[in-house]
Design a protein around this ligand. Structure first.
Ligand SMILES: *Cc1c(COP(=O)(O)O)cnc(C)c1O
Length: 225
């Protein structure tokens, strides 16, 4: 099936209030252009270099989402144009994003990536680290980031109940944080969860951003990426 049809099929099943990020990592710019021509404007990449390269050659009204692990030394390459960084998982990284945002006078939208999987291997903050990061005296330093919500990845498993439980845990945390006294540059409005194998469950559990690659662009030649 062509990209356009796949996009239409997925969009038809999206819950109201949930937006689709087309994860184009490892796929060429032409594939992104095809999705763009079918009306898609939100794209997700997990590598800085690849995202910058595509940004340079593709239409400028694309919203680029960085969804993969981000190293502090690469932040500066994306702060001028990135729409949302989903993968902020340390104070050190958030400080660097703030520093680079300040340099170019741009407030950079971010999500805090939470560790929700029962697997050991995934990146992300635990609840204690999150609450620590959101402490008022620390937040005062962040003049050029806007924390817009949370992101999480469920365990890679066929166990639907486990996946649902992990997403539900994230949604509960999201609602809990919403009730805290927060400064205006922390708003809990986006909950990024769900990919090809589990986005249906993620939507049922309250996702506002699903990140879908394989179901749109087909298998990647490097499946681990
Ligand atoms: C690759 C990736 C996705 C998309 O995965 P698919 O299974 O191809 O839909 C979503 N989120 C993150 C963080 C990814 O790295």
């Amino acid at each position: 099936m062509e990209i356009k049809r796949k996009l239409e099929n997925i969009r038809a099943t999206l819950a109201p209030g949930c937006r689709l990020i087309a994860v184009s990592k490892t796929h060429p710019a032409q594939a992104v252009q095809q999705a763009y021509d079918a009306g898609q404007r939100l794209f997700g990449e997990n590598k800085v270099q690849e995202m910058v390269a595509k940004y340079q050659v593709l239409p400028k009204d694309i919203e680029w989402h960085l969804i993969g692990h981000l190293q502090t030394n690469k932040v500066k390459y994306i702060t001028p144009f990135v729409s949302l960084i989903h993968s902020v998982d340390s104070e050190k990284l958030l400080l660097e994003i703030n520093r680079q945002g300040k340099k170019i006078n741009r407030t950079v939208p971010c999500l805090l990536q939470m560790h929700i999987a029962e697997e050991e291997t995934k990146f992300g903050l635990d609840e204690t680290e999150l609450l620590d990061l959101l402490r008022a005296e620390k937040l005062a330093d962040y003049t050029h980031v806007h924390i817009k919500g949370l992101m999480g990845m469920a365990t890679l498993t066929n166990n639907q109940e486990q996946i649902r439980r992990e997403f539900r845990t994230l949604k509960t945390l999201f609602e809990k944080i919403k009730l805290l006294p927060l400064p205006p540059w922390v708003t809990m409005q986006e909950l990024s969860m769900g990919m090809t194998s589990d986005y249906r469950i993620a939507q049922e559990e309250g996702s506002t951003l699903v990140r879908i690659g394989t179901a749109i662009f087909g298998e990647r030649s490097y499946p681990h990426l």
